[in-house]
Design a protein around this ligand. Sequence first.
Ligand SMILES: NC(=O)c1ccc[n+]([C@@H]2O[C@H](COP(=O)([O-])OP(=O)(O)OC[C@H]3O[C@@H](n4cnc5c(N)ncnc54)[C@H](OP(=O)(O)O)[C@@H]3O)[C@@H](O)[C@H]2O)c1
Length: 277
Amino acid sequence: MANHSQQLPGAVQAFWQGKALFLTGASSGLGRAVVEALAPLGVHFGLVSRREALLAELSDRLADTGSRFWYRAVDVRDRDALYRAVADFHRQAGRLDVVWANSGVGAKTSWRSWDWDAVETCLDVNLKGAIYTIRAGLEVMRPQGQGTVVATGSAASMRGLPGSGIYCTTKIGLHYFVESLAAEMPEIRFCILHPGFVDTPINQDMPNRPWLMTPQKAARLMLTAVARGRFIYIYPFQMRLLYRLVRALPSRLYLWGSHRTVSRASREKPEKQNQLS
Ligand SMILES: NC(=O)c1ccc[n+]([C@@H]2O[C@H](COP(=O)([O-])OP(=O)(O)OC[C@H]3O[C@@H](n4cnc5c(N)ncnc54)[C@H](OP(=O)(O)O)[C@@H]3O)[C@@H](O)[C@H]2O)c1
């Protein structure tokens, strides 16, 4: 396996060196790439997701990197289990430097294809699960008087996107939650990350994924942004420009443009509407 941490700038490596990091959604995609990138830096990992076998495989594969691995199968919708996991990891590591709420699911929730199970799951995992994770981390960090909170949002938080209302709601809701905490707690460092399209299982059924990047590249960008103390980080840069442009549009113009796009897409491909994850 390539040593991904070597591609991180020296100051970024110095920030992450030896950190105690509690990360949800570590079994796949972005979370797994973050672990692989940080493993050579002597990190003490607390890894959580539902698929324990994948966490075990990752930890075993990286065992000789010098990092330490603690992992547990936890569904982030289970608040008590999540609180126990953070407390147990903290007891073992002796401190908690970074808590990263990264678990997430996609949900196609257009008016035409509404599925209450998908709606509830998306709200519970992406929003409530992230709030539980961050709150559990802050229970430790507040008494410490320091720490870093990271949340994986999405570029889908740019506006209410057609067909993705629930997913967009979870990600902009998470953004505002983190922002309100940051406004309240200057002693804690906060970072909200808004990825564009990264090649992970969450979006591999989508027909169009503009500016697609690898999880390894995404991990490097995110780890650099956190180390540099960025509060909001939207990537890649093309998505950052689009995000700002779309947010700046007057509502009437935005709604007109998105309605035209949806109408054209449903005429061309009735079953294949794109969705930004
Ligand atoms: N890939 C992209 O293009 C993209 C773009 C914008 C934002 N994001 C966000 O990035 C984050 C990571 O997604 P990804 O791209 O890495 O997708 P992924 O490969 O599908 O990973 C999703 C992760 O979330 C975990 N998860 C899902 N439900 C969970 C639950 N109930 N409890 C605990 N963990 C759960 C999964 O682990 P288990 O299944 O083992 O539980 C998995 O580790 C998500 O928040 C996603 O919304 C991704």
